[in-house]
Design a protein around this ligand. Structure first.
Ligand code: SF4
Length: 452
């Protein structure tokens, strides 16, 4: 039993060198009043909880890895440092977890505060010289959704045209002009025809969180997940971009949008680095056009051929603009093909050559049997090759190493200490808020450490 009586204030009890003191001095949250002013009535209702207190309440949860609002409330009740940071005195009532929870649920616009908070912190890091854009690494990690595998069922959905579909229009137009120059024949544009394709596909969808996606990747847990896609500046590991998709979305889908957004609005990027999942031909061209170097781990071409002769068995003859097959017959440029994922030059052998060929069993696929062998080459192959030619250079290798250290290191720290392992709320927007708060917490720690 405590018998002594002390005359102290919470200010006296708060250690001088505590992280939250440094954070309070460094982070100005006054913008929260500006962002949330439309949500509060000055005339009606009971006095509201200060919106800055709500933001700090959630932020400490992510800074100290406290997974739920109920647990944050309990921690604040007994932790003097957290009380001090929230501006509560020793006997002040801690905001109820359900009030904070309901506010987030009923006022969806409140979420823009989290995006602004993330951007404000990144802005401060730039001002303090912690971000240069010299090398920015991109990667994604899976975040468990608040749904079970048992809630998933197969659903038929329309196949999407592909996120880069619109971008390919301009390149296709440019390519068709080049095709005309190289072959002397103008081909009809196929864009609209493919867009009208009404193909259906099946995918696993969770009934409890339909916006999550079924994750199925080697070495990863299977089931409903989200993917947090992050871009990290490699000077001090500050996360400069963050977006979230369903767990069944390919890593390449949000990549160009994320890099372009950072380059145009946050910090000019000199070079981007990524793992093999981001090695898609369009990325090499699009980043090159922005003046961004691209250091990517080359993707191994999967041996999906059902026949013995692969594209590597066909030799390129630049002067004649043809490919030569293993018996020396020419494959001439026929057309510019387009799929959801890219544009391809299509070279084709002469039907008469293939019909008489003794090697046709090793060369013709089922789909080629009535015709002739085709070889497809990406429209952006030259851009990719230019980038990959430098892959043994020290600069290239250094960039790949930086990606591994900062991207994978950040995910690991966030999962261990900043609640990134799973989301508690359902829906894509709630998942994005969650991942933004986790990224902000890590950025704040790194900012205080390196500039504080
Ligand atoms: S099948 Fe056609 S392309 Fe293949 S080796 Fe024979 S002639 Fe050449």
């Amino acid at each position: 039993m405590q018998l002594a009586m002390h005359m102290v204030t919470i200010e006296d009890l708060m250690p001088r060198e505590h992280f939250l003191r440094k954070l309070e001095a460094a982070l100005d949250l006054s913008f929260v009043y500006e962002e949330t002013a439309p949500f509060y009535s000055k005339k009606y209702g009971r006095p509201a909880i200060d919106p800055v207190v709500i933001v700090k309440y959630l932020l400490v949860g992510f800074l100290y890895g406290i997974p739920s609002e109920r647990q944050i409330e309990r921690r604040v009740q007994t932790d003097i440092a957290l009380r001090w940071y929230l501006g509560l005195d020793l006997f002040d009532r801690v905001p109820d977890h359900s009030t904070v929870s309901q506010l987030r649920r009923r006022k969806p616009s409140f979420r823009k505060v989290f995006r602004r908070l993330f951007e404000e912190v990144v802005g401060q890091c730039i001002e303090k010289g912690l971000v240069s854009g010299r090398v920015v690494g991109a990667d994604s990690t899976h975040v468990r959704a608040n749904a079970s595998r048992a809630s998933e069922g197969l659903v038929e959905v329309a196949e999407e045209a592909g996120v880069y579909w619109e971008r390919l229009d301009d390149y296709e137009e440019e390519g068709l002009e080049e095709l005309e120059r190289r072959t002397g024949k103008r081909r009809k544009k196929r864009t609209k025809q493919i867009k009208r394709d009404n193909r259906r596909t099946h995918k696993r969808v969770s009934r409890t969180d339909p916006e999550s996606g079924h994750l199925k990747r080697p070495g990863k847990p299977e089931g409903p997940h989200y993917l947090a896609h992050q871009a990290v500046d490699s000077d001090y590991g500050i996360i400069v971009g963050q977006t979230v998709t369903a767990g069944d979305v390919n890593d390449s889908v949000p990549f160009l949008g994320l890099i372009e957004h950072i380059h145009e609005n946050i910090v000019p990027i000199q070079a981007a680095t990524a793992d093999a999942a981001y090695d898609f031909p369009l990325a090499h061209r699009a980043l090159g056009e922005l003046g961004i170097g691209f250091f990517v781990r080359p993707q191994k071409t999967a041996a999906r051929m059902s026949v013995q002769f692969t594209r590597d068995d066909f030799c390129r003859d630049e002067n004649r603009d043809v490919y030569l097959c293993p018996i020396g017959k020419e494959l001439c440029l026929r057309r510019l093909a387009r799929s959801a994922s890219g544009l391809f030059w299509e070279y084709q052998a002469d039907k008469r050559d293939c019909a008489l060929c003794p090697l046709r069993e090793k060369c013709l696929r089922e789909s080629d049997k009535r015709g002739a062998r085709k070889v497809s080459v990406s429209y952006f192959a030259a851009d990719r090759q230019r980038n990959l030619e430098r892959r043994s250079s020290p600069e290239y290798r250094e960039a790949l190493k930086l990606r591994q250290v900062w991207c994978e290191g950040s995910f690991s720290a966030q999962k261990r200490e900043h609640n990134l392992a799973r989301v508690l709320r359902r829906g894509l927007e709630a998942a994005e808020d969650h991942c933004l708060l986790s990224a902000t917490a890590l950025n704040l720690k790194r900012m205080i450490k390196h500039a504080g």
